[in-house]
Design a protein around this ligand. Structure first.
Ligand code: C2E
Ligand code: MG
Ligand code: MG
Length: 356
Protein backbone atom coordinates (compact mmCIF):
# COMPACT_ATOMS: atom_id res chain seq x y z
CA UNK A 1 0.00 0.00 0.00
CA UNK A 2 3.02 2.26 -0.41
CA UNK A 3 3.28 4.71 -3.28
CA UNK A 4 6.38 3.16 -4.92
CA UNK A 5 7.54 2.37 -8.42
CA UNK A 6 7.89 -1.31 -9.34
CA UNK A 7 11.70 -1.04 -9.15
CA UNK A 8 11.56 0.54 -5.71
CA UNK A 9 9.19 -2.23 -4.57
CA UNK A 10 11.62 -4.86 -5.79
CA UNK A 11 14.46 -3.21 -3.87
CA UNK A 12 12.41 -3.17 -0.65
CA UNK A 13 11.38 -6.77 -1.21
CA UNK A 14 15.01 -7.83 -1.79
CA UNK A 15 16.01 -6.23 1.51
CA UNK A 16 13.24 -8.13 3.33
CA UNK A 17 14.14 -11.43 1.67
CA UNK A 18 17.85 -10.79 2.29
CA UNK A 19 17.31 -10.13 5.97
CA UNK A 20 15.56 -13.51 6.29
CA UNK A 21 18.22 -15.59 4.57
CA UNK A 22 19.85 -16.74 7.80
CA UNK A 23 16.52 -17.74 9.29
CA UNK A 24 14.35 -16.33 12.03
CA UNK A 25 15.47 -16.72 15.66
CA UNK A 26 12.86 -18.49 17.78
CA UNK A 27 13.43 -19.92 21.30
CA UNK A 28 17.17 -19.94 20.76
CA UNK A 29 16.97 -21.71 17.37
CA UNK A 30 17.25 -20.32 13.87
CA UNK A 31 14.17 -21.35 11.92
CA UNK A 32 14.81 -21.60 8.18
CA UNK A 33 12.17 -19.69 6.23
CA UNK A 34 11.48 -19.44 2.52
CA UNK A 35 9.91 -16.05 1.93
CA UNK A 36 7.95 -15.32 -1.23
CA UNK A 37 7.04 -11.78 -2.25
CA UNK A 38 4.42 -10.91 -4.82
CA UNK A 39 4.28 -7.37 -6.19
CA UNK A 40 1.29 -5.61 -7.74
CA UNK A 41 1.49 -1.89 -8.51
CA UNK A 42 -1.18 0.78 -8.57
CA UNK A 43 -2.57 1.67 -11.06
CA UNK A 44 -1.10 -0.66 -13.75
CA UNK A 45 -1.95 -3.90 -11.95
CA UNK A 46 -5.22 -2.77 -10.42
CA UNK A 47 -7.18 0.18 -9.11
CA UNK A 48 -8.77 -1.15 -5.94
CA UNK A 49 -6.83 -2.34 -2.89
CA UNK A 50 -8.50 -5.78 -2.80
CA UNK A 51 -7.65 -6.36 -6.46
CA UNK A 52 -4.03 -5.31 -5.85
CA UNK A 53 -3.77 -7.65 -2.88
CA UNK A 54 -5.27 -10.53 -4.86
CA UNK A 55 -2.89 -9.93 -7.77
CA UNK A 56 0.13 -9.66 -5.46
CA UNK A 57 -0.89 -13.01 -3.95
CA UNK A 58 -1.29 -14.53 -7.41
CA UNK A 59 2.14 -13.17 -8.41
CA UNK A 60 3.70 -14.79 -5.35
CA UNK A 61 1.97 -18.12 -6.03
CA UNK A 62 3.09 -18.06 -9.67
CA UNK A 63 6.80 -17.76 -9.07
CA UNK A 64 8.68 -20.30 -11.13
CA UNK A 65 11.70 -21.64 -9.30
CA UNK A 66 12.67 -21.56 -5.65
CA UNK A 67 15.38 -19.05 -6.39
CA UNK A 68 13.12 -16.25 -7.58
CA UNK A 69 11.54 -15.34 -4.28
CA UNK A 70 10.23 -12.06 -5.67
CA UNK A 71 7.78 -11.85 -8.52
CA UNK A 72 5.92 -8.96 -10.10
CA UNK A 73 2.34 -9.47 -11.29
CA UNK A 74 2.17 -9.99 -15.06
CA UNK A 75 -0.72 -9.23 -17.37
CA UNK A 76 -2.85 -12.36 -17.71
CA UNK A 77 -1.69 -13.97 -14.44
CA UNK A 78 -5.14 -13.68 -12.90
CA UNK A 79 -6.88 -15.16 -15.96
CA UNK A 80 -4.34 -18.02 -16.01
CA UNK A 81 -4.96 -18.65 -12.33
CA UNK A 82 -8.70 -18.76 -12.84
CA UNK A 83 -8.25 -21.20 -15.74
CA UNK A 84 -5.96 -23.43 -13.67
CA UNK A 85 -8.39 -23.53 -10.76
CA UNK A 86 -11.21 -24.34 -13.16
CA UNK A 87 -9.20 -27.07 -14.89
CA UNK A 88 -8.27 -28.63 -11.58
CA UNK A 89 -11.78 -28.81 -10.20
CA UNK A 90 -13.28 -29.95 -13.52
CA UNK A 91 -10.56 -32.55 -14.04
CA UNK A 92 -11.47 -34.36 -10.86
CA UNK A 93 -15.09 -34.62 -11.90
CA UNK A 94 -14.12 -35.50 -15.48
CA UNK A 95 -12.11 -38.50 -14.23
CA UNK A 96 -14.99 -39.64 -12.05
CA UNK A 97 -17.50 -39.18 -14.88
CA UNK A 98 -15.26 -41.01 -17.41
CA UNK A 99 -15.22 -37.88 -19.54
CA UNK A 100 -11.56 -38.33 -20.54
CA UNK A 101 -10.41 -40.55 -23.37
CA UNK A 102 -7.29 -42.33 -24.51
CA UNK A 103 -5.57 -42.28 -27.86
CA UNK A 104 -2.92 -44.76 -28.92
CA UNK A 105 0.25 -44.16 -30.90
CA UNK A 106 1.81 -47.27 -32.46
CA UNK A 107 5.40 -48.23 -31.83
CA UNK A 108 7.38 -50.07 -34.51
CA UNK A 109 10.02 -52.74 -34.01
CA UNK A 110 12.81 -51.65 -36.38
CA UNK A 111 14.30 -55.09 -37.03
CA UNK A 112 11.03 -56.53 -38.36
CA UNK A 113 9.11 -53.32 -39.15
CA UNK A 114 6.21 -54.81 -37.24
CA UNK A 115 4.10 -53.01 -34.69
CA UNK A 116 5.18 -54.09 -31.23
CA UNK A 117 2.99 -51.87 -29.09
CA UNK A 118 1.32 -48.52 -28.56
CA UNK A 119 1.65 -45.62 -26.16
CA UNK A 120 -1.55 -44.56 -24.41
CA UNK A 121 -1.98 -40.76 -24.28
CA UNK A 122 -4.79 -39.09 -22.40
CA UNK A 123 -7.18 -36.60 -24.06
CA UNK A 124 -9.74 -34.25 -22.57
CA UNK A 125 -12.49 -32.52 -24.50
CA UNK A 126 -13.80 -29.95 -22.03
CA UNK A 127 -17.47 -29.03 -22.60
CA UNK A 128 -16.74 -25.28 -22.50
CA UNK A 129 -12.97 -24.82 -22.77
CA UNK A 130 -12.63 -27.23 -25.70
CA UNK A 131 -9.75 -29.68 -26.12
CA UNK A 132 -7.20 -29.26 -23.32
CA UNK A 133 -3.73 -30.69 -23.87
CA UNK A 134 -2.22 -33.10 -21.33
CA UNK A 135 0.79 -30.79 -21.43
CA UNK A 136 -1.48 -28.28 -19.66
CA UNK A 137 -3.62 -30.37 -17.31
CA UNK A 138 -1.11 -33.05 -16.27
CA UNK A 139 1.18 -30.48 -14.56
CA UNK A 140 -1.86 -28.91 -12.86
CA UNK A 141 -2.91 -32.31 -11.53
CA UNK A 142 0.68 -32.93 -10.40
CA UNK A 143 1.11 -29.62 -8.61
CA UNK A 144 -2.16 -30.02 -6.76
CA UNK A 145 -1.47 -33.59 -5.66
CA UNK A 146 -4.23 -35.08 -7.83
CA UNK A 147 -2.21 -37.04 -10.33
CA UNK A 148 -2.77 -40.51 -8.89
CA UNK A 149 -6.49 -40.26 -9.62
CA UNK A 150 -5.70 -39.56 -13.27
CA UNK A 151 -2.92 -42.14 -13.52
CA UNK A 152 -5.12 -44.91 -12.17
CA UNK A 153 -7.86 -44.05 -14.64
CA UNK A 154 -5.40 -44.12 -17.55
CA UNK A 155 -3.82 -47.38 -16.36
CA UNK A 156 -7.19 -49.07 -16.05
CA UNK A 157 -8.27 -48.03 -19.56
CA UNK A 158 -4.93 -48.80 -21.18
CA UNK A 159 -4.70 -52.25 -19.61
CA UNK A 160 -8.25 -53.10 -20.72
CA UNK A 161 -7.51 -51.89 -24.24
CA UNK A 162 -4.36 -54.00 -24.43
CA UNK A 163 -6.26 -57.03 -23.16
CA UNK A 164 -8.81 -56.46 -25.92
CA UNK A 165 -6.03 -56.35 -28.55
CA UNK A 166 -4.70 -59.68 -27.28
CA UNK A 167 -8.19 -61.14 -27.53
CA UNK A 168 -8.31 -60.01 -31.18
CA UNK A 169 -5.01 -61.74 -31.84
CA UNK A 170 -2.68 -58.72 -31.70
CA UNK A 171 0.16 -59.69 -29.41
CA UNK A 172 1.43 -56.17 -28.69
CA UNK A 173 2.16 -54.15 -25.56
CA UNK A 174 0.89 -50.89 -24.13
CA UNK A 175 2.91 -48.03 -22.62
CA UNK A 176 1.50 -45.72 -19.96
CA UNK A 177 3.06 -42.47 -18.70
CA UNK A 178 3.61 -42.16 -14.97
CA UNK A 179 4.30 -38.95 -13.10
CA UNK A 180 7.07 -38.34 -10.62
CA UNK A 181 4.52 -38.40 -7.81
CA UNK A 182 3.15 -41.77 -8.84
CA UNK A 183 6.44 -43.28 -7.76
CA UNK A 184 5.93 -41.83 -4.29
CA UNK A 185 2.46 -43.38 -4.06
CA UNK A 186 3.04 -46.48 -1.90
CA UNK A 187 -0.19 -48.07 -3.18
CA UNK A 188 0.77 -47.85 -6.86
CA UNK A 189 2.52 -51.24 -7.39
CA UNK A 190 -0.34 -53.12 -5.71
CA UNK A 191 -2.94 -51.13 -7.66
CA UNK A 192 -1.25 -51.95 -10.99
CA UNK A 193 -1.01 -55.61 -10.02
CA UNK A 194 -4.67 -55.75 -9.15
CA UNK A 195 -5.61 -54.26 -12.53
CA UNK A 196 -3.42 -56.76 -14.37
CA UNK A 197 -4.87 -59.68 -12.44
CA UNK A 198 -8.42 -58.53 -12.98
CA UNK A 199 -7.97 -58.35 -16.76
CA UNK A 200 -5.55 -61.31 -16.91
CA UNK A 201 -3.10 -59.26 -18.98
CA UNK A 202 0.49 -60.56 -18.82
CA UNK A 203 2.58 -58.01 -16.84
CA UNK A 204 5.25 -58.12 -19.57
CA UNK A 205 2.72 -56.46 -21.90
CA UNK A 206 2.72 -53.30 -19.77
CA UNK A 207 5.46 -50.68 -20.05
CA UNK A 208 5.49 -47.75 -17.64
CA UNK A 209 7.18 -44.59 -18.87
CA UNK A 210 8.79 -42.34 -16.30
CA UNK A 211 10.85 -39.20 -16.80
CA UNK A 212 14.35 -38.62 -15.44
CA UNK A 213 12.89 -35.99 -13.13
CA UNK A 214 10.83 -38.67 -11.39
CA UNK A 215 13.94 -40.49 -10.31
CA UNK A 216 16.06 -37.47 -9.49
CA UNK A 217 13.46 -36.04 -7.11
CA UNK A 218 13.35 -38.85 -4.59
CA UNK A 219 15.73 -41.49 -5.85
CA UNK A 220 15.44 -43.97 -2.96
CA UNK A 221 11.66 -44.09 -2.93
CA UNK A 222 11.36 -44.10 -6.72
CA UNK A 223 13.85 -46.94 -7.12
CA UNK A 224 12.01 -49.02 -4.51
CA UNK A 225 8.77 -48.51 -6.38
CA UNK A 226 10.35 -49.40 -9.73
CA UNK A 227 11.87 -52.56 -8.26
CA UNK A 228 8.48 -53.69 -6.94
CA UNK A 229 6.87 -53.07 -10.31
CA UNK A 230 9.60 -54.89 -12.20
CA UNK A 231 9.59 -57.81 -9.77
CA UNK A 232 6.12 -58.57 -11.10
CA UNK A 233 7.30 -58.55 -14.70
CA UNK A 234 6.21 -55.04 -15.70
CA UNK A 235 8.71 -53.18 -17.88
CA UNK A 236 9.89 -49.63 -17.24
CA UNK A 237 11.11 -47.00 -19.73
CA UNK A 238 12.82 -43.66 -19.18
CA UNK A 239 10.87 -41.13 -21.24
CA UNK A 240 12.11 -37.86 -22.76
CA UNK A 241 15.68 -38.94 -22.07
CA UNK A 242 18.25 -36.19 -22.50
CA UNK A 243 16.11 -33.31 -21.26
CA UNK A 244 16.44 -33.97 -17.51
CA UNK A 245 19.24 -33.89 -15.03
CA UNK A 246 19.98 -37.50 -14.21
CA UNK A 247 23.64 -38.28 -13.64
CA UNK A 248 25.49 -41.24 -15.08
CA UNK A 249 25.65 -42.86 -11.64
CA UNK A 250 21.87 -42.56 -11.32
CA UNK A 251 21.48 -44.04 -14.79
CA UNK A 252 23.67 -46.98 -13.88
CA UNK A 253 21.61 -47.82 -10.79
CA UNK A 254 18.17 -47.40 -12.32
CA UNK A 255 16.01 -50.50 -12.51
CA UNK A 256 14.70 -49.89 -16.05
CA UNK A 257 14.41 -51.80 -19.32
CA UNK A 258 14.10 -49.21 -22.03
CA UNK A 259 15.52 -45.78 -22.80
CA UNK A 260 13.34 -43.46 -24.86
CA UNK A 261 15.21 -40.46 -26.15
CA UNK A 262 13.38 -37.14 -26.28
CA UNK A 263 11.79 -36.29 -29.61
CA UNK A 264 13.75 -33.03 -29.87
CA UNK A 265 16.88 -35.07 -30.70
CA UNK A 266 15.05 -37.24 -33.23
CA UNK A 267 12.99 -34.79 -35.26
CA UNK A 268 15.94 -33.37 -37.24
CA UNK A 269 17.59 -36.71 -37.97
CA UNK A 270 19.56 -37.61 -39.98
CA UNK A 271 20.55 -34.18 -41.34
CA UNK A 272 21.54 -32.56 -38.05
CA UNK A 273 25.05 -33.79 -37.31
CA UNK A 274 24.83 -32.77 -33.65
CA UNK A 275 21.58 -34.63 -33.11
CA UNK A 276 22.94 -37.64 -34.97
CA UNK A 277 25.99 -37.68 -32.71
CA UNK A 278 23.84 -37.44 -29.58
CA UNK A 279 21.46 -40.18 -30.69
CA UNK A 280 24.30 -42.51 -31.75
CA UNK A 281 26.00 -42.04 -28.37
CA UNK A 282 22.74 -42.58 -26.49
CA UNK A 283 22.06 -45.80 -28.41
CA UNK A 284 25.52 -47.00 -27.31
CA UNK A 285 24.88 -45.93 -23.73
CA UNK A 286 21.54 -47.75 -23.66
CA UNK A 287 23.02 -50.94 -25.08
CA UNK A 288 26.03 -50.82 -22.75
CA UNK A 289 23.65 -50.62 -19.81
CA UNK A 290 21.61 -53.52 -21.18
CA UNK A 291 18.65 -51.32 -22.13
CA UNK A 292 16.65 -51.22 -25.32
CA UNK A 293 16.57 -47.96 -27.24
CA UNK A 294 13.38 -46.30 -28.42
CA UNK A 295 13.10 -43.15 -30.53
CA UNK A 296 10.00 -40.94 -30.42
CA UNK A 297 9.20 -38.08 -32.78
CA UNK A 298 10.12 -39.93 -35.99
CA UNK A 299 8.70 -37.73 -38.71
CA UNK A 300 10.48 -38.80 -41.88
CA UNK A 301 11.48 -41.97 -43.70
CA UNK A 302 15.19 -41.11 -43.69
CA UNK A 303 15.28 -40.85 -39.92
CA UNK A 304 13.51 -44.21 -39.56
CA UNK A 305 16.12 -45.84 -41.81
CA UNK A 306 18.96 -44.07 -40.00
CA UNK A 307 17.68 -45.32 -36.62
CA UNK A 308 17.38 -48.89 -37.92
CA UNK A 309 20.93 -48.76 -39.31
CA UNK A 310 22.26 -47.49 -36.00
CA UNK A 311 20.75 -50.26 -33.93
CA UNK A 312 17.72 -48.60 -32.35
CA UNK A 313 15.19 -51.25 -31.31
CA UNK A 314 11.93 -49.34 -31.67
CA UNK A 315 10.48 -46.14 -33.09
CA UNK A 316 7.36 -44.05 -32.69
CA UNK A 317 6.24 -40.88 -34.43
CA UNK A 318 3.93 -39.12 -36.87
CA UNK A 319 5.57 -40.92 -39.81
CA UNK A 320 4.24 -44.23 -38.49
CA UNK A 321 0.98 -42.82 -37.17
CA UNK A 322 -0.43 -39.97 -35.14
CA UNK A 323 -2.11 -41.00 -31.89
CA UNK A 324 -5.59 -42.35 -32.77
CA UNK A 325 -8.59 -43.55 -30.77
CA UNK A 326 -9.10 -47.20 -29.92
CA UNK A 327 -11.39 -47.99 -32.84
CA UNK A 328 -9.14 -46.24 -35.35
CA UNK A 329 -6.16 -48.03 -33.86
CA UNK A 330 -7.67 -51.47 -34.56
CA UNK A 331 -8.47 -50.41 -38.13
CA UNK A 332 -4.92 -49.11 -38.50
CA UNK A 333 -3.49 -52.42 -37.21
CA UNK A 334 -5.48 -54.44 -39.74
CA UNK A 335 -4.58 -52.16 -42.61
CA UNK A 336 -0.88 -52.19 -41.70
CA UNK A 337 -0.93 -55.97 -41.54
CA UNK A 338 -2.74 -56.33 -44.88
CA UNK A 339 -0.39 -53.93 -46.63
CA UNK A 340 2.56 -55.92 -45.44
CA UNK A 341 0.97 -59.23 -46.38
CA UNK A 342 0.10 -58.11 -49.90
CA UNK A 343 3.57 -56.63 -50.34
CA UNK A 344 4.97 -60.06 -49.58
CA UNK A 345 2.37 -61.93 -51.71
CA UNK A 346 1.41 -64.21 -48.88
CA UNK A 347 -1.75 -64.57 -46.83
CA UNK A 348 -2.00 -63.05 -43.37
CA UNK A 349 -0.98 -65.51 -40.65
CA UNK A 350 -3.55 -66.76 -38.24
CA UNK A 351 -1.63 -65.25 -35.33
CA UNK A 352 -1.93 -61.87 -36.97
CA UNK A 353 1.16 -59.76 -37.00
CA UNK A 354 0.73 -56.07 -37.50
CA UNK A 355 3.31 -54.81 -39.91
CA UNK A 356 4.00 -51.64 -41.79
P1 C2E B 1 5.26 -38.04 -24.12
O1 C2E B 1 5.02 -39.14 -23.15
O2 C2E B 1 6.67 -37.77 -24.49
O3 C2E B 1 4.35 -38.38 -25.36
C1 C2E B 1 4.69 -38.17 -26.68
C2 C2E B 1 4.12 -36.88 -27.20
O4 C2E B 1 4.72 -36.62 -28.45
C3 C2E B 1 2.61 -36.95 -27.48
O5 C2E B 1 2.08 -35.67 -27.21
C4 C2E B 1 2.57 -37.24 -28.97
O6 C2E B 1 1.40 -36.82 -29.59
C5 C2E B 1 3.76 -36.45 -29.45
N1 C2E B 1 4.33 -36.99 -30.68
C6 C2E B 1 4.30 -38.27 -31.08
N2 C2E B 1 4.93 -38.43 -32.26
C7 C2E B 1 5.37 -37.21 -32.62
C8 C2E B 1 6.10 -36.72 -33.76
O7 C2E B 1 6.47 -37.44 -34.68
N3 C2E B 1 6.39 -35.39 -33.78
C9 C2E B 1 6.00 -34.55 -32.78
N4 C2E B 1 6.31 -33.27 -32.89
N5 C2E B 1 5.31 -34.98 -31.70
C10 C2E B 1 5.00 -36.30 -31.62
P2 C2E B 1 0.81 -35.45 -26.27
O8 C2E B 1 -0.17 -36.54 -26.49
O9 C2E B 1 0.38 -34.04 -26.48
O10 C2E B 1 1.38 -35.63 -24.84
C11 C2E B 1 2.26 -34.71 -24.28
C12 C2E B 1 2.80 -35.20 -22.98
O11 C2E B 1 1.78 -35.25 -21.98
C13 C2E B 1 3.35 -36.62 -23.02
O12 C2E B 1 4.64 -36.63 -23.57
C14 C2E B 1 3.32 -37.00 -21.57
O13 C2E B 1 4.45 -36.50 -20.92
C15 C2E B 1 2.08 -36.29 -21.09
N6 C2E B 1 0.98 -37.25 -21.01
C16 C2E B 1 0.13 -37.67 -21.96
N7 C2E B 1 -0.73 -38.58 -21.48
C17 C2E B 1 -0.40 -38.74 -20.17
C18 C2E B 1 -0.92 -39.56 -19.09
O14 C2E B 1 -1.84 -40.37 -19.27
N8 C2E B 1 -0.30 -39.43 -17.87
C19 C2E B 1 0.74 -38.59 -17.66
N9 C2E B 1 1.29 -38.53 -16.44
N10 C2E B 1 1.25 -37.83 -18.63
C20 C2E B 1 0.68 -37.90 -19.87
MG1 MG C 1 5.63 -41.02 -22.95
MG1 MG D 1 8.41 -38.55 -24.48
Amino acid sequence: ALDLSADACTRVASRIVGSLQFGVPLHGMDLAVQPTVGIACYPTDGEASDQLLLRATIAAANRGSRSDAIRRYRVGDEERRVRQTRILSDLRSAVRADALSLVFQPKLCLATRRVCGAEALVRWQHPELGEISPAEFVPIAEQSGNISLLTRWVLDRAIRACRAWQAEGWDIDVSVNLSAQDLCDPGMPAAVDAMLRETALAPSRLILEITEEAVVQDAGQAIDCLRQLRANGIRVAIDDFGTGYSSLSQMRDLPVDELKIDRSFVMRLPLSRDDAAIVRTTIDLAHSLGLEFVAEGVENEASLDWLAQHGAERAQGFLISRPVNETEFLVWLSRASQQRASAEHRPVNRQRAAEV
